[in-house]
Ligand binder design. Structure first.
Ligand code: FAD
Length: 395
């Protein structure tokens, strides 16, 4: 274990939630020599069966933690970021990620299966001595002790509690002292994973899979994103469409036919991909309202990740921001060797992180209108502007 702090000067940190954010915080804080316990409600450690984009702001942190080799071994590096006409798939803009992502940001742009990403973070956390407790569903926080409280009224005490329990955070509601359901965005996502072997049999798809790229199609009310995964064995497709889920259900099995109908007038490549889909689910997309503060007045509790800044995925930044949160929290707690110093570290954490994450939430939400413009003048202007973009102006 990397231990910068004398054992007697380390603090005890409890993190609620073993998602990508909670694990990132666990790694960063344990690297500073503090004692970390992660409390996870699930009975097994796992992530959603889908892909995730790892932009350079997060891959840079993974590199600093010595994890980039492991990540790259199971990830894919896209050559180009391609924006296509939704009608016929003609290219509107091509931004070359290789070599520019690394040259400009000092770290690569990657795609990875969430399960692989999560497993690497779990292994690293355990290697650093982090204790991960499963079946530990927090029902609230006792801010004075401080302690995480469970359904059976038992509690887990620590010097600092970090609420990393995602979009439907009990920790957030406990701090606010009221229910705080996530904000409905009006969109949902179909998440699909195809086998490259199946795609190879369809000539219309060869253009998409001859080398790794990220492809985007933007049309009225919907958009689609696709990229390779798992060393080129699998292919991830996400379709974003208007939310038609019943009020009380946030994830539902979906009939592939309904999805094909929604995209029936789109690029034949996209339709050919959807013809290969046997099963899929749809997920309601929600994000969060800005909170007045992430830190409890006791100075012993803080929120991070989706628990305080859930973000529409249109900039592929939600998890990347949670990883940044974890890294920032670790670096600031690295300056702490007495419990009375924690509140100052949390104040600095919030000052540093809140404006940045709120900007990402707002900018991701703003893309909803831009991506989903109806046919007409504004859409034509957007697409024309894309054709005028020079390579690697960013997006
Ligand atoms: P979560 O991943 O939600 O983890 C929370 C954890 O806390 C879970 O393990 C949960 O079981 C646990 N938990 C919950 N409640 C309790 C409780 N009461 N007690 C104990 N444990 C609890 N981001 C990107 O960076 N790139 C992308 O390409 C990208 N694509 C996306 C595509 C889609 C369709 C969606 C919906 C999101 C996407 N995101 C992307 C966003 C990203 O998935 C999230 O921002 C990120 O996973 C948040 O991590 P987290 O650890 O904060 O929360």
């Amino acid at each position: 274990m990397i231990s910068k702090i004398e054992p007697e000067a380390s603090i005890r940190v409890a993190i609620v939630g073993a998602g990508l954010g909670g694990l990132a915080a666990a790694i960063a804080i344990a690297r500073e020599g503090h004692h970390v316990t992660v409390l996870e409600q699930a009975s097994t450690l796992q992530e959603v069966g889908a892909g995730i984009q790892v932009p350079p702001n997060s891959s840079k942190i993974l590199a600093r933690w010595g994890l980039l080799d492991q990540i790259e071994a199971v990830a894919v590096k896209p050559n180009d970021f391609r924006l296509r006409s939704y009608r016929d798939g003609s290219l509107l803009s091509t931004q070359n990620m290789i070599p520019h992502a690394k040259a400009v940001y000092g770290a690569p742009y990657l795609h990875i299966h969430r399960a692989d990403y999560h497993a690497i973070l779990v292994r690293e956390a355990i290697r650093l001595g982090v204790e991960i407790v499963l079946n530990a569903r927090a029902t609230g926080i006792d801010f004075d002790r401080p302690a995480v409280v469970f359904e059976d009224r038992t509690a887990f005490e620590a010097d600092l509690i970090v609420g990393a329990d995602g979009l439907k955070s009990r920790c957030r509601e406990s701090m606010l002292g009221r229910e705080d359901p996530p904000y409905l965005t009006g969109d949902l996502a179909y998440r699909i994973i195809l086998r490259i072997e199946d795609m190879k049999k369809v000539p219309a798809l060869h253009d998409l899979i001859e080398k790794p790229n990220i492809d985007y199609w933007m049309g009225p009310g919907c958009h689609a994103v696709s990229y390779m995964l798992q060393g080129g064995q699998a292919y991830n497709v996400v379709l974003i469409c208007p939310d038609t889920l019943p009020e009380d259900l946030h994830i539902l099995e979906a009939d592939p036919e309904e999805m094909r109908l929604l995209f029936k007038d789109w690029d034949p490549r996209l339709r050919a991909m959807l013809d290969l889909v046997v099963e899929t689910k749809k997920w309601r997309l929600r994000d969060s309202r800005e909170m007045p503060t992430w830190t409890h007045p006791s100075g012993k509790f803080v929120l991070m990740g989706d628990a305080c800044h859930a973000t529409l995925p249109y900039l592929a930044q939600g998890a990347a921001q949670a990883i940044e949160d974890g890294a920032a929290l670790g670096a600031l707690l690295g300056q702490v060797n007495q419990t009375w110093q924690i509140s100052d570290a949390l104040r600095r954490f919030e000052t540093m992180r809140k404006p940045r994450t709120e900007r990402v939430v707002r900018e991701s939400r703003a893309l909803q209108d831009i991506f989903h413009l109806p046919d007409g003048g504004a859409q034509m202007k957007r697409d024309f502007n894309l054709t005028q973009m020079k390579p690697f102006e960013g997006y």
